[in-house]
Design a protein around this ligand. Structure first.
Ligand SMILES: [Zn+2]
Length: 80
């Protein structure tokens, strides 16, 4: 997982470019996880994030079994 091929955004005329994640929040199966150290795609215009299938698969595994997480931290939710 070292590169993400640039492509057109599905939602706007922008371009989706490789984006290295540090603590990128992602909700999978109703659980919020943070994606760290993967390269995903991010639109340079609308900011829509594209998670490669491998990243989503790993995220779902961790969401279903948090013991598989590399490490954990509490994620405070800010809601209106
Ligand atoms: Zn876009």
């Amino acid at each position: 997982m070292t590169d993400y091929p640039a492509h057109d955004c599905d939602f706007c005329p922008g371009t989706v470019e490789a984006f290295y994640t540090h603590h990128e929040p992602l909700k999978v199966s109703g659980t919020l996880v943070l994606i760290e150290g993967f390269t995903i795609g991010k639109c340079n215009r609308c900011g829509h994030r594209y998670f490669p299938a491998e990243v989503l698969k790993r995220a779902e595994q961790v969401a279903q079994d948090t013991a598989k997480a590399s490490h954990s931290e509490t994620v405070p939710i800010v809601a209106a």
